[in-house]
Ligand binder design. Structure first.
Ligand code: ZN
Length: 121
């Protein structure tokens, strides 16, 4: 060792990228674990991953959906939509996909449970 030589630690770009990759992998693992915990608290199996397709009045979709207190209906087939919403002759029809992005309130069916009528007391 040469005395007086001041060695500055050199971090290569490769090492830096490798460290950042490791941090990212740790973050992904952490988020996956959080997801598993949240999914365990949902009432149904992986409900947030489900999506449904349906049909709507195009005017409802463009101007009413999520925009006012008028409910905008999604129908499972075009014929039912045409029967229930004759306005589609003018408004037009769009096919939509609806998915759950978050549970705002958990399901609670406890008030609907009918007590066994044969059980006395
Ligand atoms: Zn319409």
């Amino acid at each position: 060792m040469t005395k007086g030589t001041h060695k500055v630690p050199v971090i290569s770009v490769e090492d830096s990228l490798r460290t950042r990759l490791r941090w990212s992998q740790e973050r992904v693992e952490q988020l996956e674990e959080e997801n598993r915990q949240l999914r365990g608290r949902l009432p149904g199996p992986s409900v947030t991953q489900e999506s449904r397709r349906g049909f709507m009045c195009a005017t409802d979709f463009q101007f009413h959906l999520g925009n006012d207190v008028e409910p905008a209906m999604v129908y499972s087939d075009v014929e039912t939509l045409k029967t229930q919403r004759p306005c589609v002759a003018e408004c037009g029809i769009v096919e939509v996909e609806v998915s759950v992005v978050a549970w705002v309130q958990q399901s609670d069916y406890s008030s609907l449970i009918v007590k066994d009528p044969t059980h006395q007391g």
